[in-house]
Design a protein around this ligand. Structure first.
Ligand SMILES: [Zn+2]
Ligand SMILES: [Zn+2]
Length: 915
């Protein structure tokens, strides 16, 4: 635990973050029950609930999880400070195929194989792995500062959650929304040996070939092959052939037709004839169909309904037989493959091509590039396959989900995602929910020996139709998205509608997730949520972008220096607050973030700045006898213009930032607070306040100190949701008198005070700060020693009052000699630098301040040097360069010349003053 009284003088995140997290957790602030008990929220006041997208138990967290944790924690902390009862509910996802694969890979290293050890032992291994992973994920989430209620931590395979999954299945089954059917699915014949969703398949351009094959046609004189296949005489006697092109010659074993494009010049005459399929000699029909693209290959296609999704559709249309010739593991099925029996599909391809050539049935081979689909998990080429699977009927569910978005019951941020959502939902196919895996929720359906199908919550004793007692449960498990699709309500106690959590926190307020997961997950949650609870599962759906490296590349495990993108390593080096600030100050919903060291360093600098400024302010507390809380009413008379200015700026900023938080525009909130704190509060107000704090004769030190504390305390509150650790640590060190409550995490969100906002004052002070900046610039240009107090003559124009009121600020902040600060004097010494700004003219007499001769020499040298560069550039531009070089480079050169001329003009003016 942390000792707030003994914080180090410098910001050392490692020393504070863990302790602060433990302290928050031990105080119970993350738990809604405790929030009520402590009187922080009203019993039946507004509530806020967000369910954390459960990380997969496949390994440690990466930056994608870190941004999720940051954004959702920010939202939760903000709402908690708005005095809502908040629940940030965490958990993990069993992640079916992904986890099974990881564990299989791990076991293979020890030469242990899934199929050898069997289902029961294998599942025990996966559970061990899961428990280990969950511990790591828990620790990582804590180090990100996520203020989750860990007492409600859920896992998609825990007992209560599993009950929800089975209830959902039963409900949909009994309503006819789940059915078992034959379907062409993506099949991974690799390590997965399972159906793969479209979303788990990745398409890639692939350099391959187009094989032109000839199938002989039955004619009066030739009635089919007489000789063995691969004898070289198989097609002997055939006179007519139809030629077609294919990218997959091995599938010809499953061909059941040849289709030709309508009105084909050469092949129309074969319409209605019969072709003989090479290898087994099967006789197949030739017909015409507009599906065939006349421009592809020869304008004729082999039709393989069992191994191509488009051919499958044609097969249904013409009632063709679908013959599966490739088995679950990618090997040729003996019954249909003759001499190629049991060969791997790609070996078969090589062999069959050799034999086709031998038989004179291979016309030619052309290089051809086309897209090939790979399994995302094991990279095996996907095999389309007809198999019996379980499906969810999605048509009506999708319509409900679209209606919920159209009617505004669920809103998407950014809004353009709604269009993508509709497009997807309008084209949705039935959702294949069965997976041939071991790790997951086993399908709650049993079969009796007479083939009756029984769907129940628990294992039935006998078949209700035939009373048979030998029942067998379906071996498949459910798609992992089926269970995660129930996340917003199954975590809250559904299907128990009386559950207090379900009543209090459903629907969730927001679903925040990566943009890449819209269809995987959000679509499922919307469909299942609306069907099962009759409510949209959340009101807002907020999508953040994907995190990339500083060159804009997607961060992947195979990347070089991948460890520098490990969130724990980043936290170790920069601190959790810096990482969080980097995310928030640089991401817009739906846009990707290129994360580099530069951004992290900038955030760390900002954190240091807050730490040091706070320490500086606290170190001045002994300058005043008592500490007062600033309250606008009784102190207004004592305020200087600078005080009123910072109060106006602060309240304007609060107003703006509150809107940004309400509009989910966190990037603008973070940047506004940073620029206020750094550019206005630290750079100006802290400097101005020193005038009174360090003046021996000044009696009122309470005012500047109470304003310093007031601005600081509010800024810490505004920053808390973004950088919780550092703000809590510093807030705890502020005097009790200037804050309310036991902890910043449960402090009230700041409101702005309209009466303190003064636009005129902002303008006036803006003018004064510009003047001071100009004086500082001139001092630098003439090489005036930084601390040296110099004379100044100011002709105030219309601003006499303003200048008089701010004289002490101008004098202090631009190091002017108080006795030589002259207002509206007309007698200006010869060697004086001049500044003109909005009708105000300032003269800085230089004689006696700098050595005129040395400066003349220095500036003359500079002019000479610039002149040389200028001539070079002019020569270059007048030569052949300007015609030949890239116009962009020429433009850059012209720009350079312009700058040189301008610089020379300024230096010549300075020289004029000095001579
Ligand atoms: Zn696979
Ligand atoms: Zn039965």
């Amino acid at each position: 635990m942390i000792d707030f009284n003994n914080l180090s003088r410098v910001h050392e995140p490692k020393k504070i973050e863990k302790g602060i997290y433990e302290w928050w957790e031990s105080q119970g602030y993350f738990r809604p029950e405790k929030q009520r008990e402590l009187g922080l929220v009203k019993e039946n006041g507004p509530r806020f609930c967000i369910t954390l997208p459960p990380p997969n138990v496949t390994g440690v967290l990466h930056l994608g999880h870190a941004i999720v944790l940051t954004l959702e924690d920010l939202m939760t902390r903000y709402e908690r400070m708005k005095q809502k009862e908040t629940l940030f509910l965490p958990g993990t996802d069993h992640a079916g195929i992904a986890t099974q694969n990881v564990v299989e890979r791990e076991l293979a290293k020890k030469e242990i194989y899934r199929k050898e050890i069997g289902r029961k032992k294998f599942l025990k291994e996966v559970w061990d792995w899961t428990n280990k992973c969950q511990k790591i994920i828990l620790g990582q989430s804590r180090s990100m500062g996520a203020s989750c209620d860990w007492t409600r931590n859920r896992f998609t395979l825990d007992e209560r959650y599993s009950k929800a999954v089975i209830t959902a299945f039963n409900h949909l089954y009994k309503k006819g929304l789940i059915y078992r059917g034959k379907y062409m699915i993506n099949w991974c014949p690799g390590r997965c040996e399972s159906a793969i969703s479209n979303l788990e398949a990745e398409s890639e351009e692939y350099e391959s070939y187009l094989w032109y094959l000839k199938y002989p046609i039955i004619m009066d004189k030739w009635n089919g092959p007489k000789e063995e296949w691969a004898s070289g005489n198989w097609a002997k006697g055939a006179t007519e052939f139809i030629m077609l092109a294919t990218t997959r010659p091995e599938t010809l074993l499953g061909d059941t037709a040849v289709a030709i494009a309508p009105n084909h010049q050469e092949f129309s005459k074969y319409k209605g004839k019969t072709a003989v399929l090479p290898v087994l000699g099967r006789k197949i029909p030739i017909f015409e169909d507009s599906y065939v693209d006349p421009k592809f290959g020869t304008g004729a296609l082999k039709i393989t309904p069992a191994h191509d999704p488009n051919d499958y559709e044609i097969g249904i249309k013409y009632n063709l037989e679908a013959i599966t010739v490739i088995d679950k593991s990618g090997k040729m099925v003996p019954e249909y493959s003759g001499k190629y029996a049991n060969l791997d599909r790609f070996e078969c391809r090589n062999e069959i091509i050799k034999d086709l050539e031998k038989e004179g049935l291979l016309e030619k081979i052309e290089p051809y590039s086309h897209t090939v689909t790979h399994c995302q998990r094991c990279n095996t080429i996907i095999e389309p396959r007809i198999s019996t699977q379980w499906f969810v009927r999605t048509r009506t569910l999708a319509r409900e989900a679209m209606d919920a978005v159209k009617s505004g019951r669920t809103m998407m941020i950014p809004e353009r995602e709604e269009m993508r959502f509709y497009q997807w939902m309008e084209n949705i196919r039935d959702w294949c929910i069965s997976r041939q895996l071991w790790w997951g929720h086993q399908i709650p359906v049993w079969y009796c020996s007479n083939g009756h199908e029984i769907c129940e919550m628990e294992e039935p004793i006998q078949c209700p139709t035939c009373n048979d007692k030998t029942l067998k449960q379906d071996e498949d498990v459910l798609d992992t998205w089926f269970s995660s699709g129930l996340w917003p309500f199954a975590t809250l106690g559904w299907p128990n509608l009386e559950s207090e959590d379900f009543i209090r926190y459903y629907p969730n307020n927001i679903r925040e997730t990566g943009i890449d997961i819209l269809f995987f997950w959000v679509a499922r949650e919307m469909m299942l949520g609306l069907e099962l609870t009759k409510q949209s599962p959340y009101r807002i759906c907020y999508f953040h972008g994907i995190i990339r490296n500083d060159q804009g590349k997607k961060i992947s495990k195979s990347m070089e220096n991948i460890e520098q993108y490990d969130p724990l390593k980043i936290i170790e080096k920069y601190g959790s607050d810096s990482l969080r600030f980097t995310f928030i100050a640089n991401t817009v919903p739906g846009k990707d973030l290129n994360l580099g060291k530069g951004l992290l360093k900038a955030s760390k600098n900002f954190c240091n700045k807050i730490w040091q400024s706070t320490n500086y302010i606290l170190s001045n507390l002994d300058k005043t006898e008592k500490i007062e809380r600033f309250s606008s009413l009784d102190q207004m008379e004592k305020l200087h213009i600078g005080d009123r200015w910072i109060l106006s700026r602060l309240n304007k900023m609060i107003k703006k930032v509150n809107n940004y938080y309400e509009e989910y525009s966190y990037i603008n909130a973070a940047r506004s607070i940073r620029s206020f704190f750094w550019d206005e509060f630290c750079d100006w107000y802290i400097e101005i306040s020193k005038i009174r704090i360090y003046d021996e004769n000044e009696r009122d030190k309470i005012t500047p100190i109470s304003i310093l504390l007031y601005v600081l305390e509010i800024t810490l509150r505004l920053l808390h949701p973004i950088i919780p650790f550092l703000t809590e640590a510093l807030w705890q060190t502020l005097p009790e008198k200037v804050k309310d409550g036991p902890a910043l995490i449960v402090a009230k969100w700041p409101e702005f005070d309209e009466s303190l906002i003064d636009d005129m004052l902002d303008q006036d002070f803006g003018l004064i700060s510009s003047l001071i900046r100009e004086i500082r610039r001139v001092r630098k240009e003439f090489n005036i020693k930084p601390g040296l107090k110099i004379p100044l003559i100011i002709q105030t124009g219309d601003n006499r009052e303003l200048i008089k009121n701010t004289a002490s600020e101008i004098i202090a902040l631009s190091h002017i000699d108080q006795n030589q600060f002259k207002i509206d004097e007309t007698d200006v010494p010869k060697h004086s630098a001049r500044i003109v700004l909005q009708g105000i003219i300032i003269y800085l007499p230089l004689e006696g301040i700098i050595d005129l001769n040395i400066e003349i020499e220095r500036i003359s040298k500079q002019i000479k040097l610039i002149e040389e560069h200028k001539q070079k550039s002019e020569k270059k531009l007048s030569g052949p360069f300007s015609q030949r070089a890239n116009p962009e480079i020429v433009q850059r050169e012209e720009e350079k010349l312009k700058q040189l001329k301008e610089r020379k003009r300024i230096l010549e003016e300075q020289l004029e003053i000095l001579r």
